[in-house]
Design a protein around this ligand. Structure first.
Ligand code: FPP
Ligand code: MG
Length: 290
């Protein structure tokens, strides 16, 4: 099976990320934290998707590297802040930033990453910068919905609003910005935004399902959100709740692929199809009907 790490787009991001972190003052606590956060794995899914969308729209991958890094940095910031908010103890198999360096330093590390992301995206046009700002606002709003969710009152509709904002939005922005870098028209960029949103939502539903099934080994949190399988479990038995959740994953994946198939066949389209499966349906345990 293909691995994201094998893609040249992944290597492009990895090298650029190491260069930026490596260029910081090496005596600073900030660099230590960034090394901890940035070197602890991570599949660079969103930035890779951004570059592939640029390529699929006829653009040059080199032109989208800074935008892709901006997306990765704001994503890393959001995970650091998320771990503070939901008591995340382990992230990508290592101690979360706030657990290792304390809450104040972790918050500042997130602030640094957001600011670096803004400076990286600022060299692009209005459309890309707007997409970026929009995603950041949605992520914070989605996370607010998440932390204020009250068990009985949190229904399917609330769950989808929450994940579309906290997770779907950054995938959506990645795909749309990728298109804008290739100077496509707005209609194409908005189509790819919907593609990204569906991939992101499918990814989050799978992540929540794996947590419900206790299958997540590389992360752990003190507080758990109200998630889709838990909502279905209120009225269904375990197996039916899982099956209904998987159905929702498939729906999002299908919507995403329908959009991809409206683009002419290409190497980058093929890679986007593979990634869509890799981070969603392929993550499901074998004993779940695929
Ligand atoms: C992970 O959710 C968290 C997110 C997808 C988004 C977090 C967003 C914020 C904290 C807002 C910050 C905004 C900006 C612009 C930096 P999860 O807890 O369900 O997933 P996990 O299991 O990976 O922790
Ligand atoms: Mg979390």
């Amino acid at each position: 099976m293909m691995k994201i790490e094998d893609l040249n787009e992944y290597q492009l991001i990895k090298t650029a990320k190491n260069e930026i972190v490596g260029s910081l003052d090496d005596r600073s606590q900030m660099q230590k934290m960034l090394l901890h956060v940035c070197s602890s794995g991570g599949k660079n899914i969103r930035p890779v998707m951004l570059i592939l969308c640029t390529e699929m729209c006829g653009g040059n991958s080199e032109d989208s590297v800074k935008a892709a890094l901006a997306i990765e940095f704001i994503h890393s910031a959001s995970l650091i802040h998320d771990d503070v908010l939901d008591g995340g103890l382990v992230r990508r198999g290592v101690e979360s930033a706030h657990k290792k360096y304390g809450i104040p330093a972790a918050i500042l590390c997130g602030d640094f990453l957001i600011s670096k992301a803004i400076s990286l995206i600022s060299g692009y046009g209005n459309n890309a910068v707007n997409e970026f700002g929009r995603a950041g606002m949605y992520m914070a709003e989605g996370e607010t919905i998440d932390i204020s969710s009250v068990e009985e009152e949190f229904r399917e509709r609330n769950y989808f609003e929450c994940i579309t904002k906290k997770t779907g939005s950054l995938f959506a922005a990645s795909a749309a910005i990728g298109a804008y870098v290739a100077e496509t028209d707005e209609e194409t960029a908005l189509k790819l935004r919907t593609f990204g949103e569906n991939v992101g939502n499918a990814y989050q539903i799978v992540d929540d399902l794996l947590e419900y099934l206790n299958k997540l080994e590389d992360k752990s949190s003190a507080y758990e959100s109200v998630t889709l399988p838990l909502i279905y479990r209120r009225v269904l038995d375990h197996d039916d709740a899982v099956e209904k959740t998987v159905r929702e994953v498939r729906l999002c994946v299908q919507r995403a692929k329908d959009i991809l198939f409206s683009f002419p066949s290409s190497d980058s389209r093929k890679k986007l199809e593979l990634i869509t499966d890799l981070i969603t349906v392929d993550m499901l345990p074998d004993n779940i009907i695929k």
